[in-house]
Design a protein around this ligand. Structure first.
Ligand SMILES: [Zn+2]
Length: 391
């Protein structure tokens, strides 16, 4: 029987760990799984263990030489300074034991999710361990070693001949995935992120539209620092609705970084939990409207691991399963259990306290700037659409 959704997870995914103090902290997976189990929203029969990606699969995207370097770095006592030109052993992406195996396992998780959906065993699949969107062909970057989404997209093209829409709502530009498919007309990448003016990786301008045959299938929506829910969602909904109508994908792959929240320590956006309720809602609706339900979702950034990520990612799984947000707030047992460990008070409700912050005087100006950006970023697409209509 076809399942509605599967949840890809095993404790192996916690092995992707740079250090005890690094901001990328997979403890958020433990917290999320525990929260969903406590609510009875996730049962053992929903969980599927990830497989490991083979070297052949990794090399669908990554240079064999880079894979060799990652493998070498994974062995203890290796000399670190030869690796920096490959982006590893840096402050952002330090070397850790079994780095290759742990990274390949996250990619394997996304491939497991893909096979479930593309073979028709489940309509949707979620791999919160994935979403490492900064991984490049021959170089690690921004906490990402191998790029699970890029490998999964190539894999879907080769094995299932699929036309893929990639939607990235992480606060950082989805650069690795974008550049991997920049000239490919059968993969459309959309990234909504805080403008690169002051934020890593600095790319993701509206003028990055693709190249060659892929021109017009790369979309970027750089929003202003301090952008709030309404403007974020206006950009997201308008962009997604117009692009999907024109691109008509076979499957949606969404990257669900949860770092656009006001609490996130690494970014400057002012989202609240509302965006994490609304983002998956539209992706879900469109997957059914255009892709016969085929929707694969992965995790991504998210650096307030106590107050933001477990709630945001639980909302994503609940949306996949048509579970309504419980009115009574988070389960008491979960709050009690983790309050002891959390360095900050946990938030007991699904949505954030309102207001969450002092009003921003520049709100109207920021909204207006984002709207102008949105129009410019969609200009070409709208021009093509009206040309088609008048043919
Ligand atoms: Zn991010």
């Amino acid at each position: 029987m076809k399942k509605n959704a599967v949840f890809i997870f095993s404790d192996d995914q916690l092995g992707y760990k740079f250090s005890d103090t690094h901001p990328f902290n997979q403890k958020r997976l433990t917290l999320t799984v525990d929260l969903l189990k406590e609510m009875n929203a996730l049962s053992l029969s929903d969980i599927v263990a990830p497989r490991t990606a083979t070297e052949e699969e990794l090399s669908l995207v990554h240079d064999p030489q880079y894979i060799e370097i990652v493998k070498k770095a994974s062995l203890e006592n290796s000399d670190t300074n030869i690796y920096e030109s490959y982006g590893i052993g840096t402050e952002d992406t330090p070397i850790f034991p079994h780095m290759h195996e742990a990274s390949a396992s996250l990619v394997g998780g996304t491939l497991t999710a893909v096979d479930y959906v593309m073979e028709g065993k489940a309509s949707h699949a979620l791999n919160l361990g994935g979403g490492l969107h900064h991984g490049f062909k021959g170089r690690a970057s921004g906490f990402c070693v191998y790029n699970d989404s890029s490998v999964a997209i190539k894999y879907m093209q080769q094995k299932y001949n699929a036309r893929v829409l990639y939607i990235d709502t992480d606060a950082h530009h989805g650069d690795g995935v974008q550049w991997s498919f920049y000239d490919d007309p059968n993969v459309c990448t959309i990234s909504i992120h805080e403008t690169g003016r002051y934020l890593f990786p600095g790319t993701g301008n509206i003028t990055e539209r693709g190249s060659g045959e892929g021109y017009g299938t790369s979309f970027n929506f750089p929003i202003d620092a301090f952008t709030e829910d309404d403007s974020f969602l206006e950009v997201y909904r308008t962009a997604l609705n117009e692009i999907i109508e024109s691109f008509k994908p076979d499957v949606i792959l969404s990257q669900n970084g949860a770092d656009a929240h006001y609490f996130d320590p690494l970014t400057h956006l002012y989202g609240t939990m509302k965006i994490y309720q609304e983002i998956p809602k539209l992706a879900h609706e469109l997957a059914h409207k255009y892709c016969d339900g085929k929707w694969i979702a992965v995790g991504g950034g998210g650096y307030d691991i106590w107050r933001v990520v477990p709630r945001a990612w639980s909302l994503l799984w609940m949306e996949m399963n048509d579970i309504r947000t419980p009115e009574g707030g988070l389960p008491k047992a979960w709050l009690e259990r983790w309050s002891k460990e959390s360095p900050i008070p946990l938030i007991p409700t699904w949505m954030d306290p309102n207001p969450l912050y002092e009003p921003i005087p520049r709100k109207a100006e920021i909204t207006e700037k984002n709207n102008q950006m949105l129009d410019k970023a969609l200009f070409l697409l709208r021009q093509q659409q009206s040309y088609k209509k008048h043919q």
